[in-house]
Design a protein around this ligand. Structure first.
Ligand code: GYE
Length: 341
């Protein structure tokens, strides 16, 4: 379809005596002419977007960012597909979008594996795929770019902060019992954060993971997981809970409340999570959460930049990492008003 647009555009420009036909891709002028091209009814760039689902508040912020960026007013026809937390559904969506001959596919995969054939089919069809948020385990020549966070670095930030905090508290030589609530198995965000955290734990012979398990990044599963753990009674001491996202720690808080356990800077258990949602800042200010490692969900503008570059026929980078911070109960009040999600 793109070739046809370019061809028609070139004929138009040639007839108007404007310029010769040099580039293969549309630039801004060509985009304007798109609308006039017969057979291409609206002049919009058709973008298929495959989302993971609705597992967390981070995800809602991420979805809204795409919906607000890829609008008709801004020149896009967005076909948004909710993966509904199903990898099979996501793969099927890829084939559907290929069949619809969209101009670009944005893929936000649930898990890294299982993508070889679908990604290759998109490449064969000449549809550029931009992967965002989590990664896929395929050769990097199969897709255009990946845009997202350095999740292992996020994990390291959490343990570095814990190390400093324990030292400040004079607890650097104490045995520290850690519970680790993990995100979805096979998801880059969970793999990376877990690696970063476990490396940090290995470096501290007096730290021990007394329990770890998957709660799929959801608040409900975070709560159930913690309720089960507390009712089993096999884990006696918990000094720290590290949760691989904010929603799971909110769920864990409910379970701790129901079991009369105190936590947060004003309680017994040290609480650390990831994402840095607005609600986490409120929790830090309320003395219920120690720290949250930022993970930026606002990826759409970078994805759009990649599309604009491709439209202009320019080269794009393979990896775009987001800039991120860690926030704590000590500085939450200084930042809460600036938070965008
Ligand atoms: O941390 C979590 C979400 O992949 C970075 O997925 C994302 C993670 C995020 O549901 O809240």
């Amino acid at each position: 379809m793109k070739k046809r647009i370019v061809a028609v555009t070139c004929v138009l420009m040639f007839c108007l005596g404007l310029i010769g036909c040099g580039t293969e891709r549309a630039d801004k002028t060509q985009q304007l002419i798109r609308g006039a091209a017969p057979g291409y009814n609206d002049g919009l760039i058709r973008v298929g977007m495959i989302q993971t689902g609705k597992e967390s508040d981070w995800r809602d912020a991420n979805t809204n960012d795409y919906l607000n960026t890829f609008t008709k007013e801004r020149g896009y026809d967005l076909i948004y597909i909710d993966g509904n937390s199903s990898s099979e559904r996501q793969v099927k969506a890829m084939y559907d979008l290929i069949q619809q001959k969209v101009d670009y596919i944005i893929l936000q995969p649930i898990v890294e594996t299982g993508w070889e054939d679908a990604i290759h089919a998109a490449k064969e069809a000449g549809i550029p795929v931009i992967v965002a948020d989590r990664k896929i385990a395929v050769d990097e020549t199969e897709y255009v770019s990946w845009i997202g966070s350095d999740f292992e670095e996020e994990g390291r930030k959490a343990v570095t902060w814990l190390d400093q905090y324990l030292t400040e508290q004079g607890r650097e030589n104490e045995t520290i019992h850690i519970v680790l609530l993990e995100g979805t198995e096979g998801a880059t965000a969970a793999i990376g954060r877990t690696n970063g955290i476990l490396h940090g734990v290995e470096e501290h012979p007096n730290w021990t993971i007394v329990d770890r398990g998957c709660a799929n990044f959801t608040q409900g599963e975070g709560q159930t997981y913690m309720e089960n753990l507390l009712s089993e009674g096999t884990v006696k001491d918990i000094d720290v809970i590290i949760s691989e996202n904010d929603n799971m720690i909110f769920g864990a808080m409910k379970a701790l409340d129901r079991n009369g356990k105190s936590y947060g800077p004003e309680g017994d258990i040290i609480m650390i999570s990831f994402d840095a949602l607005h609600e986490s800042f409120e929790n830090m200010m309320a003395g219920k959460l120690h720290a949250t490692v930022e993970c930026n969900p606002l990826l759409a503008s970078t994805v759009e930049t990649v599309i604009e570059e491709l439209e202009a026929g320019r080269e794009v980078d393979k990896i775009y990492n987001t800039e991120e911070n860690i926030y704590t109960y000590e500085n939450a009040a200084d930042y809460i008003d600036q938070r965008k999600y």
